[in-house]
Design a protein around this ligand. Structure first.
Ligand code: B1M
Length: 225
């Protein structure tokens, strides 16, 4: 298979959530190679790991992310795409560690203090990972101090805060203030069902996104600026 063909196939399998040959999902690709085998083949054929990341995984995750924003696909589709991408990322990992492939930057994400909801946060993490970023996931119930620690540990990172409760979204303000106190230039993106742009402006965060793709788009604009 030519390089462009295998990359296009990796993008398609990522978008459709085809993990590997044995995976029965999606039914129309049953018995065909998935992201796992195709990534291995591409690497063995000498395809640049950066191309696998950008033209394979990022292309596929980008397509599914845009469809999700337009309600053309749903949470399970996004989860399957992320699973497929993760299978390929395991094969790419040694290339990132050796420096042959490069991340676009570091994104620290967590659900804020008092909040245990992580399904939406995990979707954002997966999309941003699929967008070529190194993601540090601080998990749920994350204190402002823990975010500050991560910001100090990863200079130049961007931060994402998620909250699902009206009682915990208020903890975002304290977190944004703590981050800005140690690093005013660190961009902070906020999201979660009860949030609004108005709330984002009120607490001094840099961006609000209603969905994972919006967070990724903001990061792309931020790095391009
Ligand atoms: Co909870 N819960 N819950 N819950 N729960 C809600 C949020 C609630 C609306 C249900 C209801 O009453 N109708 C309600 C909140 C009401 C309010 O605050 N006004 C509620 C409540 C009250 C509670 C408890 C207090 C219940 C209790 O114990 N009495 C309790 C609180 C625990 C705690 O956090 N301290 C609680 C517990 C739980 C479970 C643990 C059982 C479970 C969470 C499991 C988990 O996450 N691992 C749970 C669940 C599943 C829900 C519902 C049913 C679903 C939430 C979800 O995952 N949605 C929810 C009701 C509902 O929404 N129908 C509910 C799917 C997910 C993909 O969407 O998280 O919005 P979402 O993420 C979206 C966007 O918001 C965005 O992208 C995602 C994809 O589009 N997004 C970002 C999210 N973060 C982002 C960050 C970004 C950008 C975009 O940039 C950084």
């Amino acid at each position: 298979m030519a390089d462009n063909d295998i990359l296009a196939r990796i993008a398609l399998c990522t978008e459709r959530g085809k993990i590997n040959n044995a995976a029965p999902y999606p039914p129309d690709l049953k018995g065909e190679d998935g992201v796992d085998e195709l990534t291995e083949k591409a690497l063995n054929d000498g395809v640049d790991p950066n191309d696998i990341l950008t033209q394979g995984f990022m292309e596929g995750m980008g397509r599914v992310g845009k469809k999700f924003s337009k309600n053309e696909v749903f949470v399970p589709d996004l989860l399957m795409a992320a699973k497929a991408m993760t299978a390929g990322m395991i094969r790419l990992k040694p290339h990132f560690e050796s420096g042959a492939a490069k991340h676009k930057g570091t994104f620290v994400i967590g659900t804020v203090r008092g909040d245990l909801h992580d399904i939406g946060k995990n979707l954002v993490r997966m999309m941003v990972e699929g967008g070529g970023w190194q993601v540090i996931d601080l998990g749920v119930d994350t204190s402002p101090e823990k975010f500050v620690e991560a910001v100090k540990e990863h200079p130049g990172c961007a931060v994402g805060l998620s909250a699902l409760l009206t009682t915990t979204m208020v903890n975002m303000e304290e977190t944004v203030k703590a981050i800005k106190a140690v690093s005013p230039s660190t961009p902070v993106i906020v999201g979660g069902a009860p949030l609004t742009q108005e709330f984002c402006d009120k607490i001094g965060a840099d961006a609000y996104s209603a969905d994972p793709q919006g967070a990724l788009d903001y990061l792309a604009d931020y790095t391009a600026a």
